[in-house]
Ligand binder design. Structure first.
Ligand code: SF4
Ligand code: SF4
Length: 472
């Protein structure tokens, strides 16, 4: 196994691969300090949040459900279907612009603090390694040691625990996509009865085990699409984990004659703790996930040599050059305007959203028929109903009493309309009314009641325009 020599980092390629592209393993040293403590708290919160969220119900619905198979979605009590295109568009646009905004202002804060990959590797998998194998030095020695009973035993225990952790994560992950209730039900049956889901579960577990247990920083460096976008989303005013060369250079060991040594004592502590194997003193690099480990490592060194902390710190490129950073730069202003616009559109769509959408179309035959010796008129309508909730609905149509008294009657294909959650239905209705209703104008707007048969309350009223002959 190739192991990274942190004092001899390559210039021309990521540290986690050798000249032939094979994997070089990184064993970052543990670190303590302010940022480590803050990250511990955030990680515990996020691990509980990520694992528990699909099992929590809000308003009777899963807190976050992305059931692509059944085209059912639920976000913190808001339920919608795949055909709710505007809503989905505004939610996706809000999240994408929000991420661009956060990146422009706070750099890779998502990667270092919020990304499930970072949170689970750092908060679970690395901790298991420290627990079962020991310090980073013991881990590195074990990796380089020839196979023997002790190595086999330790790695077997470690990978068994990795598998258990992957299974737990995979179950919660799948619950987001198939629904927690469905998943619980499926797990109580023979795998043969739900073999597709069983295979998907096995595949997700294997991917998590491979990624969090072995692939790790390679994913961030090689595969993560968000990581690729970083350079275009950030600029000199974005806040990043940075080394202050004006203060640190010339570092110990390379001080030109006549110059005063900077604060960096070239101890390589910041490199030793880096999970992606980079030297932050070389400037901002694509591999940096903003985990803050190097800040704590360097602060500890500065404390020991009695220099001010913050040689490595959160800073903008501008501030390191002595220029005042601008928060409201043009790109942030554009993102803010777009965020406000998309959020307003999202709120508007949610607040104007009905449980049922009914479209009334006039029948394709003649607009009206005159019957009963010219005394009565019949109009034909085609109704299209869409149930936007997850619940099944049973509706009955009725003409309001005010029109019933005027002898407006409804003739429908069926008494009740059964609309399963998320389903559409089309039906034809006929409305018969005396000629006097449309009068000389030849038209009259009335309402139709759609009554929920469960509680006998009007669920929605829909406008219908009756037409008849106009008097000349
Ligand atoms: S930890 Fe600080 S002092 Fe040590 S090499 Fe890194 S920047 Fe220099
Ligand atoms: S350079 Fe520092 S912040 Fe970036 S990944 Fe390495 S340790 Fe984390």
């Amino acid at each position: 196994m190739r192991v990274l020599d942190q004092r001899n980092l390559p210039d021309e390629r990521p540290a986690s691969m050798d000249e032939s592209g094979r994997r070089v393993f990184i064993f970052p040293a543990p670190v303590s300090g302010f940022w480590r403590r803050a990250r511990n708290i955030v990680e515990i919160f996020l691990i509980i949040f990520f694992l528990a969220l699909p099992w929590i119900k809000i308003g009777g619905h899963q807190a976050l459900l992305l059931n692509i198979g059944d085209r059912q979605f639920s976000i913190f009590g808001l339920t919608f279907w795949a055909h709710d295109a505007p809503l989905i568009f505004f939610i996706v646009a809000f999240l994408s612009i929000g991420l661009a905004f956060i990146t422009a202002v706070w750099g890779r804060i998502w990667c270092g603090w919020g990304c499930p990959q970072t949170v689970f590797i750092d908060g679970v998998f690395r901790r298991l390694e420290y627990w079962i194998i020991g310090s980073h030095i013991q881990q590195r020695n074990l990796a380089k040691a020839p196979w023997n009973i002790k190595k086999f035993f330790k790695l077997s225990v470690l990978w068994t625990l990795f598998l258990v952790a992957s299974l737990i994560i995979a179950h919660s992950f799948l619950a987001y996509f198939v629904g927690a209730d469905n998943l619980v039900e499926m797990t109580q049956h023979n795998p043969y009865e739900n073999w597709t889901i069983f295979l998907i579960m096995g595949f997700i577990t294997a991917v998590i085990l491979f990624d969090f247990g072995w692939f790790r920083e390679q994913f961030c460096i090689i595969m993560c699409p968000y990581g690729r976008f970083q350079s275009v989303l950030m600029d000199d005013d974005s806040l990043t984990v940075s080394y202050d060369p004006a203060r640190g250079e010339p570092r110990k060991g390379i001080v030109p004659e006549g110059q005063k040594q900077g604060d960096c004592i070239d101890c390589y502590k910041c490199v030793a703790v880096c999970p992606t194997g980079i030297d932050i003193r070389e400037g901002l690099q694509l591999e940096c996930i903003g985990c803050t480990a190097c800040i704590d490592a360097c602060d500890e060194v500065m404390e020991k040599i009695e220099k001010p902390k913050g040689l490595i710190r959160y800073a903008t490129g501008s501030s390191l050059k002595g220029i005042k950073s601008k928060f409201f730069k043009p790109r942030v202003a554009i993102y803010t305007v777009l965020l406000v616009a998309v959020l307003s559109a999202l709120i508007f769509s949610i607040s104007n959203r009905e449980d049922i959408v009914i479209t009334v179309l006039r029948g394709k035959d003649s607009p009206y028929q005159v019957v009963e010796n010219g005394e009565e008129i019949i109009n034909h309508f085609k109704l299209h109903l869409k149930n936007q909730t997850f619940e099944d609905l049973n509706l009955k149509m009725a003409v309001p009493d005010i029109w019933k008294e005027k002898k407006v009657t409804l003739v429908s294909q069926s008494e009740t309309i059964n609309l399963d959650g998320g389903m559409n239905s089309t039906l034809h209705i006929f409305i018969k009314f005396p000629l006097s209703i449309t009068g000389d104008e030849g038209s009259r707007n009335i309402k139709l009641d759609f009554i929920d048969t469960d509680d006998n309350k009007i669920k929605i009223q829909e406008n219908v325009k009756l037409v008849g002959p106009k008097s000349i």
